[in-house]
Design a protein around this ligand. Structure first.
Ligand code: C2E
Ligand code: CA
Ligand code: CA
Length: 593
């Protein structure tokens, strides 16, 4: 068998063309075959190598004579797919195939190659030989592996990085119906370490943290990854239960809390950990990580250097809070808020039970959550500042309503009492707002009462204090809300333009203890009751001496009403006299007077 019958052409050539080509340039061809940088071999239909070049011989650690007459199965692994298409080539169904093949080096190791095999036909066009061109890609492949490694690992700590973490997480999720656990952790005050000790110390700390986590947890089959700047994750792909994860989290906190000896520095750092543990079905990788991350936030806000376990209720609560915060202003514009009014009645003498005023209490008619009480959203509104427009809207609504009642029932002299948040005093010009609203609604100032808590008017003298004086000068009445829950500094309050004390319902509760079960308790309770009553009586006397009237809040029973009346309270508010209701119910009440 001489090379004279072969060709170096890549595409299939007819025998005529081949012979023609070879005749014309046999010498050139032989040189090309022999000197080619790429490995070449001619293979007969029985899979015997009948010719090979030095490049291929070198690639496989053999000599050219050694290669010749070797069965190709001795240098490559035959697997089904490539065998099938090779047979297609031999049958003449294909003229050329490309394969990625692992060839066997004489020493046993693998040589990764790209192989192109072309078919050579005889004179009548029948397949005769195949010509294989073999390119060694081992090095490229090694480089690829290295690149892949680099893409999947954090260069600083050499831990698996975020990509690899998510890859492993995805794999764990394909493994069926086991339970999965995740500790998501972050160093407390890492930014401060960077800022005060420098970035190199920060980097060293991260490396030290990585080593501690790796030593402790990788051996147990957990995945330790660096998922962000100073954030790490310990993934337990097959968890035995919540206890395993909380124990693990406690261990993480402990193992990271020991001091670090970095170059010339002793650094103390702690970590906070968010823990999630749950069955794989019914959750997703993204959900797991998101929940672990927000749980980490709780561990932080609960005081750091600790772990927290995921609590769906806390999340739901947080989510609604967030939702309410962001939708409040649009909701105000859409008219989702309403105001209810609760009677403030006289407790004195003949006038017992006569309504003197009403407190405006805001409600949110939420399309999804139903009627929301102010306890659900006022705090949020104060945080976001939405209380300013909301409070102003309540003021307008209540004053307009007060004016309507004044016109319909002039002799009732009913005032409206509107709650004011501290922030309204700091963040808006309350005095101008009140003046404007009184002007547009034409409600006389004497029929408006503003309720402020003690804490809103305490503190450094300033804006709220000036505003209070200006409002009082306008003729607006000022009430101190929830009196008795804060400083209860009557001496201070007496120097302010305050007209009314609203006694917190906590006092009133003491007037009506729950059914005592023993004689002793009865005596004890009645002594406490007596004490509360004496305190209230003293407060009332003091308030009166300072020129203030007293309104008792949260009066739920006749007994309480009687006792409050006996202590000298002027007004009362509570379910016993009437719950907060829509304005038309108040209108009907006024009609019945
Ligand atoms: P608050 O000013 O102390 O209002 C009295 C609260 O006690 C009202 O709850 C009222 O419905 C409730 N209450 C009245 N009588 C009784 C009773 O006999 N027993 C019991 N257990 N409770 C009674 P509401 O309407 O849920 O308001 C809660 C708080 O929300 C108010 O407490 C007030 O601080 C705030 N708030 C309501 N509306 C506004 C507003 O327009 N602006 C501001 N800044 N705060 C408001
Ligand atoms: Ca109030
Ligand atoms: Ca109150």
């Amino acid at each position: 068998m001489s090379l004279g019958e072969a060709s170096s052409g890549e595409a299939a050539l007819t025998q005529d063309q081949l012979i023609e080509a070879l005749r014309a340039s046999e010498t050139r061809f032989r040189a090309a075959f022999t000197d080619a940088g790429i490995g070449m071999a001619l293979v007969d239909p029985d899979d015997l190598i009948i010719e090979a070049n030095p490049a291929l011989a070198e690639m496989l650690g053999r000599t050219v004579p050694e290669l010749k007459r070797l069965h190709i199965h001795e240098v490559l692994e035959v697997e089904e797919h490539s065998r099938r298409i090779y047979l297609e080539l031999l049958r003449g169904d294909r003229d050329r195939i490309r394969l990625e093949k692992r060839l066997r080096h004489r020493c046993g190791h693998a040589v990764w190659t790209n192989v192109t095999v072309s078919l050579i036909r005889d004179g009548s066009g029948n397949p005769q030989y195949t010509l294989a061109m073999v390119e060694d890609v081992s090095e490229a492949r090694l480089l690829g592996d290295r690149l892949h490694y680099q893409a999947m690992h954090d260069p600083l700590t050499r831990l698996p990085n975020r990509s690899l973490f998510f890859e492993r997480l995805a794999v764990a999720f394909t493994e069926g119906d086991q339970r999965i656990g995740l500790c998501y952790l972050d160093l407390d005050g890492f930014a401060a370490v960077n800022d005060t000790l420098g970035h190199h110390v920060g980097d060293e700390l991260l490396v030290a943290v990585a080593r501690r986590l790796e030593q402790r947890f990788t051996a147990r089959g957990h995945l330790v990854a660096r998922v962000g700047g100073d954030e790490f994750a310990v993934l337990v792909p097959r968890s035995a239960g919540a206890e395993e994860l909380t124990a693990l989290a406690a261990e993480v906190v402990e193992v990271l809390a020991a001091p670090y000896d970095l170059t010339g520095q002793r650094v103390v750092a702690t970590a906070s950990v968010g823990v999630v543990e749950r069955p794989v079905p019914g959750t997703t990788p993204t959900e797991l990580v998101k929940d672990a991350d927000s749980t980490l936030g709780w561990a932080k806000s609960d005081g750091r250097a600790r772990w927290a376990f995921y609590d769906p209720e806390r999340t739901a609560h947080q989510t609604t809070r967030q939702l309410l915060a962001t939708t409040m202003l649009p909701a105000l514009e859409r008219g989702e808020f309403t105001v209810e009014y609760q009677p403030l009645v006289d407790l004195r003498g003949e006038d017992l039970g006569v309504p003197r005023g009403v407190e405006a209490l805001v409600r949110w008619q939420h399309p999804e959550f139903g009627t929301l009480s102010p306890d659900r959203f006022i705090g949020i509104a104060e945080e976001t500042g939405a209380i300013v427009p909301l409070g102003r809207w309540v003021l307008e609504t209540a004053c307009a309503q007060g004016r309507a009642w004044m016109r319909e029932f002039p002799e009732a002299g009913l005032f409206v009492s509107v709650n004011m948040a501290a922030r309204q005093f700091w963040d808006s010009d309350v005095v101008a707002d009140v003046a404007e609203v009184l002007g547009t609604t034409r409600l006389p100032a004497r029929l408006l009462q503003l309720e402020l808590t003690e804490s809103a008017v305490m503190g450094p003298a300033g804006r709220p204090l000036q505003a209070l004086h200006a409002l009082a000068d306008m003729g607006v009445r000022i009430a101190i809300d929830d009196f008795g829950t804060g400083y209860s500094n009557l001496a201070y309050l007496s120097r302010l333009p305050v007209h009314v004390l609203k006694l917190d319902s906590g006092f009133v509760e003491g007037f009506h203890p729950d059914q005592p079960s023993t004689a002793l308790e009865t005596r004890r309770e009645s002594r406490r009751e007596a004490a509360d009553q004496q305190i209230v009586a003293a407060l009332v006397r003091l308030a009166h001496a300072l020129g203030l009237t007293v309104t008792a809040e949260g009066v739920e029973s006749e007994l309480q009403a009687d006792r409050l009346r006996a202590t000298g309270c002027d007004h009362a508010q509570g379910w016993h006299f009437g719950r907060a209701t829509a304005s038309d119910a108040i209108t009907r009440m006024l009609q019945r007077l």
